[in-house]
Design a protein around this ligand. Structure first.
Ligand code: ZN
Length: 241
């Protein structure tokens, strides 16, 4: 049924969260085994960062560049990239900042919370690819002398305007949305699938366990991990095509 809905979709979209990257070895932030059980989340609080960038940057480097940088996209990321290149997937919205969709080959990615791939100078607006910045010297600085910040959303910051507008456009036009590895607890991101569902879009939820979406928003619930669910859907798509 999921495969038929995907094949019949006029405007297929996907909305992903931390659960899709768990099988790449990236733990979620929340929960008992989450990153915030090991690290102080204050390093990503914008006011704390602004006041103490020298203290925050070593932790940020360890989590987002040493650790995330070694993670590889998994089959779920790769299959979503294939769906995009095959012309099936119109929008891919991710709440993740781990850059794994991009590294899997997806190019039309709406990065709702920004990404760790780039660093931003808030003084002059210049952005740098992380590969062109020497992170052995902390904190990293822009050519203008100001301290760089990862180009993702810190606690206390707003959602990037462009990503928000494109996500709302997706919610207003999609007729089938794959909800993958996201439990609907982080706002305003959680509103996007809710808006699509309220308009009548079919929400296909892929999560190992039930979530805040399952009863109210989801039309079809697949109680599976992301890799297994997308692999099965891919097999069915190949049969039906
Ligand atoms: Zn600058």
């Amino acid at each position: 049924m999921a495969a038929r809905a995907i094949l019949g979709a006029r405007s297929l979209s996907a909305f992903t969260g931390a659960g899709i990257s768990v099988e790449s070895g990236i733990p979620p932030f929340r929960g008992k085994e989450g990153l915030w059980s090991r690290y102080d989340p204050r390093v990503l609080d914008i006011e704390y960062f602004n006041a103490n960038p020298e203290d925050c940057w070593p932790v940020i480097r360890e989590i987002f560049y040493d650790f995330f940088g070694k993670a590889q996209p998994n089959r779920a990321h790769l299959l979503l990239a294939e769906l995009e290149h095959g012309g099936f997937l119109k929008h891919l919205i991710t709440q993740n900042i781990d850059d794994l969709h991009y590294r899997a080959g997806s190019r039309n990615v709406i990065e709702f919370h920004g990404n760790s791939r780039r660093l931003l100078c808030r003084a002059c607006g210049r952005r740098y690819e992380v590969a062109e910045v020497d992170l052995r010297q902390l904190p990293p600085r822009c050519g203008c002398g100001s301290i760089l910040k990862p180009d993702f959303v810190f606690f206390g910051e707003g959602i990037p305007r462009d990503a928000f507008a494109r996500s709302e456009e997706c919610a207003a036009t999609t007729d089938v949305m794959l909800l993958i590895g996201t439990t609907g607890e982080v706002y305003p991101a959680a509103q996007i699938p809710q808006t699509a569902a309220a308009r009548g879009a079919l929400i296909i939820e892929i999560n190992p366990e039930r979530s805040a979406y399952t009863d109210r928003t989801t039309g079809l619930f697949l109680p599976l991990g992301a890799v297994e669910a997308l692999s099965r859907i891919d097999d069915l798509l190949r049969e039906e095509r």
